[in-house]
Design a protein around this ligand. Structure first.
Ligand code: SF4
Length: 330
């Protein structure tokens, strides 16, 4: 699936759907919101989104705020009431602490330059995290500075090709992302990129349908044992595959990233590349060699070093042998 950045952003297309709600949004129960969101999803999948009287984005936002009371945004499925300050795995309440908002030239060619919004908090706890200060050290009560972000985006409009939601991972912040999508002025047409862990739940993925233009998932580990040992998540490979399939089903752009880890070629890189070659050859791929031991990497045997030249060469041969095409040469 090519990474297309020239098309009209989906959030503009998804605003209106052709049916009336039986009551105002604030009066609808969780079950009713789910029903009407599904109606919108069916209509959107059928391409029936260009006329109508109901704001689908508003239904998404109302549903997401309800779900925050029993959070199931990601595969951890904590079911805590984040609106009342309960914390799940991600340690986030209803606020969305923002660690940075800036023009970023370092992403892949199809999406750069991008305006990056760095959300704190994460659905994984990687012992080798490269952004651990911004990701894990945050004030959970710090509100997302919506007005400042929008003013910055307006001021820099034209300087960035895409608008990237990064972290950590933006996945615990679906309510804030939808609020941002609703408040973005019409002149900000940059496609929305969700740079994420590929740990969205099925409902989280449905909520992003029609909003996210480009998914940028990490495919970090090729088996669940390494994923648990190094990132403290269970059912990892199933989650990534479900997220990739959903992104394809949404006909969004997809760019998959794989960070090669020292000593994890046979257990992680090889199975990841094989899976991509077998089922996702149409997706854009970036294989990354920039691993540096950071955060708690020294506590993991073998991770306290950079990649060796022989490891990089082995990966190059695998990419060639599996006929994978990369957005950036390695
Ligand atoms: S976003 Fe995920 S980790 Fe955080 S509370 Fe919700 S289900 Fe749990």
């Amino acid at each position: 699936m090519p990474v297309q950045t020239q098309h009209k952003p989906r959030r503009a297309l998804s605003r209106q759907i052709g049916f009336d709600l039986p009551a105002s949004l604030s009066e609808l129960s969780l079950a009713a919101l789910r029903h009407w969101h599904q109606q919108g999803l069916d209509a959107w999948r059928a391409g029936q989104t260009t006329s109508g009287r109901t704001d689908w984005l508003a239904i998404k936002l109302a549903l997401t705020r309800h779900l925050l009371q029993q959070c199931n945004f990601c595969v951890h499925n904590c079911r805590v009431d984040r609106s009342r300050g309960q914390f799940g795995y991600c340690r986030l309440g209803s606020a969305s602490p923002l660690a940075g908002s800036y023009l970023h030239h370092g992403e892949e060619p199809p999406i750069r330059p991008t305006w990056a919004l760095f959300f704190s908090g994460c659905t994984m706890h990687c012992s080798y995290c490269h952004n651990w200060r911004e990701t894990f050290h945050f004030d959970a009560s710090e509100a997302f500075p919506m007005q400042t972000v929008i003013e910055d985006l307006q001021q820099a409009n034209g300087q960035y090709k895409t608008l990237s939601l990064i972290g950590g991972t933006p996945e615990p912040h679906l309510h804030t992302i939808l609020e941002l999508a609703r408040q973005l002025p019409a002149e900000i047409t940059a496609p929305l990129v969700l740079n994420h862990n590929a740990t969205l739940s099925a409902e989280g993925l449905d909520l992003m349908a029609g909003v996210v233009d480009i998914y940028l998932p990490d495919f970090k580990h090729g088996n669940n044992a390494c994923a648990w040992q190094l990132t403290k998540i269970q059912g990892y490979t199933e989650s990534v595959l479900a997220n990739l399939r959903a992104a394809r089903e949404q006909r969004a752009g997809v760019l998959v990233r794989h960070l090669v880890l020292p000593g994890h070629l046979d257990c992680c890189t090889r199975p990841t590349l094989e899976q991509l070659a077998e089922e996702f050859k149409d997706l854009a791929l970036n294989v990354m060699f920039q691993y540096r031991p950071m955060y708690k990497a020294e506590q993991q045997a073998g991770l306290n070093r950079q990649l060796q030249a022989a490891e990089r060469e082995t990966v190059r041969q695998w990419v060639s042998e599996l006929k994978l095409s990369l957005v950036t040469p390695i």
